[in-house]
Every structure is written in C-alpha cells, then in structure tokens.
Design a protein around this ligand. Structure first.
Ligand code: BES
Ligand code: MN
Ligand code: ZN
Length: 500
C-alpha cells in the first residue's frame, strides 16, 4: 500500500521507520530535505559531503542508522546525479534502488521523498519505489528481498500516487507471471491466473480451447503446440470504456495488442542447448505484458478501447512434433514452411495477428520475446521496434522515453522479404542465415498484418534479467507496460493509418 502524506513540519518528525531520500548531485552545501536532515543531525550531511562520502552521484546508495535528531531509525540516501540530466528512466531507477535497499530487511513503514525532482518524473519515481523491493525469490524459504508493504510519499499529489500504485501492480503481476516456473505455468494455468487478475474490471474475456482453435483454423498455433501434452489456448480480452453519463458509448475501433505466450520454449526438434534453454520460461513475457497493460487500462479508465489476444503454447518435443520441412496452412491462408522449430514465436503470432486483423483495429502492437538476434543487435536492455507505420514507430519510441524505458527502431527495408520466401510454400519461418534475424522475423509477421498500422516490439533482451540490477532483482522485468500505457493514454488516439 502506498499513501501520499502531508509533510510534517520537519523531516525529523516523520514517524516512518525508514526514510528514503532521493537527492540530485550536491555541490557543497545540502539543500532541500537534505538540508533539513543536516540541521536536525547537527551537520552530519555537511561532513559526509566535505569528506566525499556523499556526492549524490547517480546510482549511489548509502544507508545511515540512528541519525541524531531523526525519529526514523534509518535513512537511505539515493543519488540521482546532475539535476539537469535526470530522466524518467533515472528517476524510476533511483526510487527503485532506494526501495531495493530498503527491502534488505523487514521494515514497517518506509517514507520516500525526492529533492528537487521535476514534476514530469514524479509518476515514474513513485512506480519505481513500488517495483524495486519486489524480487523473484518466490520459492525460497529464506527471502532475499522483503517487499515494502507500507510506503508513504511526501509532497506528491494523490493522483500520481494512485496511478503509480495501479501501474506497479500491473508491472509486478507481469514480472510474477514471468518468474513462475514452467511446471507451474502452462497455457491453461496462464488463463486461470489472468482471469483471476482481471476479475473486478469491466473487460470481456473469451478463451479458445484446442477444439475452438481447430474450428478456427489456427493451424500455425496448433502446429507449435502439438508436441506438448499441455493443450494450447488463445485468450481474447477486450476493454471498452464506459460511456460518461448522458453520452453515447464509445463506438471507436480498438487498438489491438498481441502477445507471444510460449510458456516454455525448448526449441522443439531444433532443440536449444541447455544454457539457452534455462531461462525459456520467460518466453510468455509478451502475453503477460499484454494482460498487464489491458488490466491497467481498465483500472485507469482510459478512453481508448483495447483488444488483447495472446497465443499460449508450450514448444516441446514428442513423437507428434511439428517437423522441419512441414508446411502449414495458417488461419489467414498463407502457407508456412517450417525450417526451424525454434522459430516458433512468429508461427504462433501468425494466427494471433490474423484473429486481431479480422476485428479491424485502428492499429496493432505485438509484444514478443522473439529473437536472440534482437539481443545481439540492441543488447539486453533495449526493446526493438519494427513496423509498417512510421508515425506509430515514432510515437512508441517517444513514449518509451517519457515512461523511462528503452526502445529503438530497426529498419524494415523491403528486400528483407526475399529472405523469408520459400521454394515450396508462401513463406518460410527463418531467414537465409543469422544476419538481420530480428528483422527477418518481423518481416515474417508483416505477412499477417494486411494494411493495419502495426508495430512489433521484440522484448527478448529486456523482458528477463539474468543478473540483478541495482534497482531491480533478476528475473521478469515487466518491461513495456509503462511505455504502452503512456502511448495508449495519449498518442495512440491519433494514429491515422498512413501505412508505408
Ligand atoms: N524465444 C526465442 C528467442 C529468445 C532468445 C528469447 C533469447 C529470449 C532470449 C525464440 O523462440 C527463438 O528461439 N528464436 C530463434 C530464432 C532462430 C531459430 C531463427 C533465435 O533467436 O535463435
Ligand atoms: Mn524458439
Ligand atoms: Zn521462443
């Protein structure tokens, strides 16, 4: 729980057990709350500054105990770096680093405050304070992080606090889903947990089981699923904003979001080596993110109608696998030659995208941990953006900046299409070699988009951390929830469909 509280006369009177104070780089004398603490403590902060123990450098965290003059028994200072260089990303990370430091042990109440932080970054800072303390140690007897359950924010408008709380709930749910081990999370279970999470909101849910998927000719999705004894699912969720009193309901077409939900990716017959397979429970991150976003949109009562479709399968091995050389007729009608069963995400998405195209959305975004090649191209922290609509690409890039996330475009030149041409079918599910693999995967997807404005977000890098960051535990990150909700709140409404 997080609450915005009135500022007491001085910070010394705060009754919280721990104070987390975010401060920009300090030149010589402390200002703001840091100055107040300096006063209360008889000059402790001045001494720390003059001895170079505290500079406020970005990413620095210092915990002080039993500071004289403070009611709080512990004070955690977090540096935000040069004031002029603070970004939404660094504000989120600083607050999350403070929360993560505070989570090192159980604490009753933790009060946060940020000195001189520009208002544009307030929302992201509060969200950070609610994400940093949550870790992946779901099954450990001894916890390594103790999530903060009572947070106070000083001097923050209530509306930011409420919005941040809802946003963090979606991010942390997405992270939790990604962190669940693949023996506990398979397609049917994903649906159950998503239904539970969406309960109490106004969204409508439709679930396609294997029979319905066959009826609907989702042969591409089914081909990937057929090697597993766990049956596949396709989950459709739609959100329609409630009509304001006296106004007619929204008639507008929805924005559609597709999610790759491979609950485990062994690679299939094109089996992954152990080291690449160990983290492949993360291959449903796109699906979890899509559900996290639509729940948040409903909670925030966005004006934008949204439809989500997630394709849920396990990519395993059995006597009934899809094989290299198989040709599958997708739902949309195009035939796909399978030349690598580890390029399964695009095959699943082919049918999921077609289901969404049929509903005539104004635009489609898909989220997928699609290619290792995207991680080679952009590193582990950056989402790859590819699409057919420059306006939408620009909007999503800008939204990532504003929301404190990292996303960057990769080019979609037409000549890449030659690489997915097949000799026997309409297309093949791999490029001609490894080079440009993120782009050839996106080009494959483009075959199922028709004329709908569309962007593909390849989150193979940022969706899952192998190693912890100072501000976030390893495991699922919930990346792109903040970017997409920022986009849906504003820019998405103005997509005019100038498909390139
Ligand atoms: N799920 C993987 C991509 C991935 C890699 C996600 C690393 C997260 C981290 C995807 O299904 C895959 O295996 N892609 C292949 C495609 C190749 C066979 C054309 C890849 O990237 O190697
Ligand atoms: Mn794969
Ligand atoms: Zn995969």
């Amino acid at each position: 729980m997080v609450e915005a509280i009135e500022y007491p006369r001085t910070i010394a009177e705060l009754s919280a057990e721990t104070i987390v104070l975010l401060t920009p780089r300090v030149a010589s004398e402390p200002t703001g709350r840091l100055w107040e603490i300096n006063q209360a403590s008889g000059g402790l902060i001045s001494k720390l500054i003059s001895d170079n123990v505290w500079t406020g450098a970005a990413g620095k965290v210092l915990e002080l105990h039993f500071v004289a003059g403070l009611k709080a028994s512990s004070l955690i200072l977090v540096g935000m770096g040069e004031l002029a260089k603070i970004t939404a990303a660094s504000a989120f990370q600083a607050a999350a680093a403070g929360a993560k430091a505070a989570a090192s042990r159980k604490r009753s109440t933790v009060a946060f405050t940020a000195d001189n932080l520009p208002e544009t970054f307030h929302l992201q800072a509060i969200i950070g304070s609610l994400c940093g303390s949550v870790g992946q140690d779901l099954y450990r007897t001894e916890r390594s992080l103790f999530p903060l359950d009572k947070i106070q924010w000083l001097d923050m408008p209530q509306k930011f606090v409420l919005e941040a709380e809802k946003t963090a709930a979606s991010i942390n749910w997405t992270r939790h889903m990604v962190n669940l081990p693949p023996n506990h999370l398979y397609p049917e279970r994903f649906v159950e947990l998503a239904e539970e999470f969406l309960q109490g909101t106004s969204v409508q849910i439709e679930v396609w089981d294997d029979r319905k998927l066959r009826e609907q000719n989702c042969n591409a999705l089914l081909a990937v699923a057929q090697g597993s004894i766990k049956p596949p699912r396709l989950m459709l969720v739609s959100y329609k904003p409630e009509a304001a009193p006296g106004e007619p309901g929204t008639k507008g077409a929805p924005i559609a979001i597709a999610g790759k939900g491979v609950t485990f990716d062994s690679g299939g017959l094109s089996l992954k080596p152990t080291d690449s397979m160990t983290t492949m429970k993360c291959d449903m991150a796109g699906a979890a993110t899509a559900i996290g976003v639509i729940k948040l949109a409903a909670e925030l009562k966005l004006k934008q109608p949204i439809t989500v479709a997630v394709g849920l399968v396990e990519n395993l091995i059995s006597g009934n696998n899809f094989k290299l050389g198989d040709v599958i007729k997708s739902r949309q009608g195009k035939t796909i030659e399978i030349l690598n069963t580890d390029a399964e995400g695009r095959v699943v998405l082919a049918d999921v995208l077609d289901v969404l195209v049929e509903r005539k959305p104004t635009a489609i975004v898909d989220l997928a941990t699609l290619t290792g090649a995207c991680v080679v191209a952009l590193g582990t922290d950056i989402t790859g953006i590819m699409g057919n609509d420059q306006q939408m690409i620009d909007q999503l890039r800008a939204s990532a900046d504003s929301a404190g996330e990292y996303a960057w475009p990769l080019p979609m030149y037409g000549f890449f299409n030659e690489q997915v041409a097949s000799k026997i079918a309409d297309i093949k599910n791999v490029g001609d070699g490894r080079w440009g693999g993120a782009i050839t995967a996106a080009k494959f997807l483009e075959n199922f988009i028709g004329n709908t404005p569309w962007c593909h977000l390849d989150i193979a890098g940022p969706a899952f951390l192998d190693k912890p960051k100072p501000w976030l535990d390893a495991g699922g990150t919930g990346c792109m929830v903040r970017t997409l909700i920022h986009w849906l709140k504003g820019p998405a409404g103005s997509i005019d469909g100038g498909v390139v």
